[in-house]
Design a protein around this ligand. Sequence first.
Ligand code: MN
Length: 723
Amino acid sequence: MVRIQDILDTIVEYNPDAELHLVERAYIYSAQVHDGHMRLSGEPYLSHPLAVAFILARMKLDSESIAAGLLHDVIEDTHTTKEEIERRFGHNIARIVEGVTKLSKLSFSDKVYRQAESLRKMILAMADDIRVVLIKLADRLHNMRTLDYHKPDRKVAIARETLDIYAPIAARLGIFWLKQELEDVAFYYSMPEKYAEIDLLVDKARDEKEAYVKEVMEKLKEKMSAEGIEADIKGRFKQHYSIYHKMLSQNLEFNQVYDLIAFRIILEKKAQCYEVMGIIHDMWKPIHYKFKDYIGVPKPNGYQSLHTTVIGPHGQRVEIQLRTRDMDAIAESGIAAHWSYKEGAAIDEQTGKTFAWLRNLVENQEESTDPDEFLENVRIDLYSDEIYVFTPDGEIKTLPKGATPVDFAYMIHTQVGDQCVGAKVNGRIVPLAHKLETGNIVNIITAKDHHPSADWLNFVVTVKARSKIRHWINSQEKERSISLGKEMCEKLFRKKGYSFNAMIKSGEMDAAAKAFGFGNVDDVVAQVGFGKITSLQLLHKAVPDSEKDKDKENTGEKISSILHKIIGNKRKRKSSDGVIVKGLDDILVKFSRCCTPLPGDAITGFITQGQGVTVHRKGCVNILKMAPERQIDVQWSDSYTDSYPAKIRIRATDRSGLLADFATTISKNGANINNAQSETSEYGNVRSYFTISVSSIDQLNKVMSELRKLKQVTEVKRIVNAE
Ligand code: MN
């Protein structure tokens, strides 16, 4: 168990002026209120805040952070209130502890929208006071180190959450050691078999490569001393999770991962990094496209280094990183290295830049209300690698990997994005979907009357571009719906002997809009355009007497509005929920479009080139054509929550109200209609095709048997493989 003295000793080493008294008082108070509580491990509860505070001290944080670390669980787990903390320890510490408490209440492993909401709060907390998140990360690290005492299913859930949320945040903040430890412990608990497999392979490789590592190190050392350069040379194995991730994402075997060992040369001065790289390239032939200058162009989290890959002794590839001692410290501790322990010191430039990233993320989220969309956006921002491109004036812009000229245009300015019609990369015209690369000079061509296109959503990768394009499309759709709705209302009102426009002027329509719960006439008219309210319903609301001729209601409009209503409700489908791939927990799963499998169907998986696993129905003609060695066993998990598309065909003889009956039968049984097509032959034979969303094969069967009961229906069939 960590002792308070260990923490105080650590603080004094880097910050002799620290307010140790504050830390001691926090310790005494925490010990008092947690007294009698135990951890699952059987240790006194106090061991946890002590361990967290010790981690924070090793990150060289200020006294307030460390005191808050000691107190981080008191609001949640004891009777202490925020006011009490504030009275004893002041406003800042109370606010930080409250922030950590709020984050602790979030559950990331739940449904998508809860996860999105949680992540949003986490990011807001970061933008508010980064220390809240640093304490939360330290808290999670200690909980991961002591995870063994939890029940098995809790272990897996917590470990996954760590991989999904906490490790990427640590990475984004540049705290590399923390990211690595979180990843490896989480890997160990969430995929024990994979972990053991890699552990064994690394052990074996370590034996085999020991001599080789020694040889490379010796040669480098000899060369450095011959040149009179003082250097620290290290050779170490990639962490388990990185190896696993690389194998999975690039579809490699273990022995194909050539950069298992990274050699690192730590130098005194920046100029020496370039000098030494020149020397190494003289010794061993470099692979040119494998050279990266993160010194000239640092990563947004502050990381700096030169990376080069050369053909080393015996023709083997060797990856070498060169950096100064300062750069090395930043590469390990990221934002924490900049987060000055000198109390109240101004934020330095790099920290400011990192905050700018957070601020941008939060700002760009304000327009999106869809949690799926938010999560997708944050994921993109958290996980992707960056590229660096230039404006024609030579200004550097950082974009996620895969970014296109449209992303670049929106990064410059929303208006530039909205009006972008073309782009030049290094002076040559490229398509808007062109993927930019580091070093490109990008020139955007705009036209005043140009507008964003929905197609752009298929290739843009930045949050800003996405949310701005969606925003534009939504506003356009609304405008279109208003004018369509107006037209529909005018027509129907006229037919029934009323004047829609006169009723707007007289204010009668305002009352009707309010009765539907809308603030103004435009909003309710837009709903008519969307098909969510019929113009007749609106008329009845405005002139209640008109309801008498309800019987004569126009059935044509009714059918289309039922369909519209249902189609309007269709949910975006998530791709990877609901299926377990044997032995591989954390893999991207997609559902094939050719045979649209449903929970309950017998299924099989196909390993694609770098795109995870595609799930097909067993016996799908396409899977029969595919290489058997790439097929993999998959099964439905118990907890599928999504809806899946299924195609059905209905044959019937025509009668009035038939289509409406189909639609209501489908929706009555809880399924949504994504798409409907119907054709009637001149002899009155109807053939209708529906794509509907159902949650399982049972639900589909229920819908189909209900449809069969309808009058004049002769056949209802599920369609696979686009018959
Ligand atoms: Mn805790």
